[in-house]
Design a protein around this ligand. Structure first.
Ligand code: IPD
Ligand code: CA
Ligand code: CA
Length: 267
């Protein structure tokens, strides 16, 4: 169990900042003027950048001795004991279309371990959070993963990488295999929220490939602290820099690995 002297302060400030950035995104929802393209289907709005700026300025003034990594070209390099990993807007495609499913994700890394994660959905005023070793919470309520034991009865989520038109390793093979074996598969459009939904039992499992640390660092910890399991597609332990992630309630994990193995054959 993590026992750092300032951990409660880190949590308090990260939660306040995530809520403030979320409120800012909600206020500007459906008010987008600038959409830039990072790739054919990879968008970024002015609010991704402004939300990151808001988060960075608050966290860096509270913790000037910490490092930073954020999706919108934010990297404060150096030999830092602590580093904040930030996705200021996870679900940009949804946000840009006025589809109300998106969140702010902030994680704190301490010497290569994620020790704190907060994920805030401003549309539902839901703050998911966890500190390593202390369980996972949704607002003030402790959460745990579902108890679904069979894949056949499971609700899963996934997503597709931005290079899906160019790369054959685009998850369509796995999607095709899963969709015939489970109750349903959702493509919510926010990997951080998908992970939180596994943590609180709304989903039984989630898999995706080619994600980045800012997408999954916070959510991974929240799943584990809620009693779930997180691994690569073969069941090996991963860190947030891994290029594939499988998260589940634990009960259906090996069944999901079997389906992912089928996909390797038709890659
Ligand atoms: C994306 C979302 C989406 C996932 C993409 C991510 P962004 O993040 O998490 O669900 O399928 O792979 O890149 O670009 O909206 O921050
Ligand atoms: Ca993201
Ligand atoms: Ca983002």
């Amino acid at each position: 169990m993590i026992n750092l002297p300032h951990i409660d302060r880190y949590l308090q400030i990260a939660s306040e900042v995530a809520k403030e950035a979320g409120k800012f995104l909600k206020e500007n929802f459906e008010n987008i003027k600038e959409i830039e393209y990072k790739g054919e289907v990879n968008l970024v709005t002015e609010y991704d950048k402004e939300a990151q700026e808001l988060i960075y300025s608050k966290l860096s003034s509270a913790f000037p001795e910490h490092g930073f990594l954020g999706e919108e070209d934010l990297e404060k390099r150096g030999d830092y004991e602590f580093r904040w990993i930030i996705d200021p807007l996870d679900g940009t495609t949804n946000y840009a279309h006025g589809y109300p499913v998106f969140c702010v994700s902030i994680a704190l890394e301490h010497r290569d371990r994620i020790i704190l994660g907060v994920v805030y959905n401003p549309m539902l005023d839901e703050l998911f959070w966890a500190i390593e070793g202390r369980g996972a919470y949704l607002n003030n309520r402790k959460i745990k993963v579902s108890s679904t034991k069979e894949l056949d009865k499971s609700l899963l989520a996934t997503g597709f990488p931005y290079d899906l038109r160019e790369s054959k390793n685009n998850n369509i093979n796995h999607f095709n295999n899963f969709i015939l074996k489970v109750q349903a598969v959702r493509r919510g459009g926010s990997a951080a929220l998908d992970l939180c939904y596994v943590a609180c039992g709304r989903l039984d499992g989630f898999w995706e490939l080619k994600l980045f640390p800012w997408d999954i660092a916070g959510g991974m910890l929240i799943v584990k602290e809620a009693g779930g399991k997180v691994s690569d597609f073969r069941g090996n332990e991963i860190d947030p820099y891994a290029k594939e992630i499988l998260a589940s309630n634990g009960f259906i994990h090996s069944q999901m690995i079997e389906i992912l193995k089928l996909g390797e054959k038709n890659e």
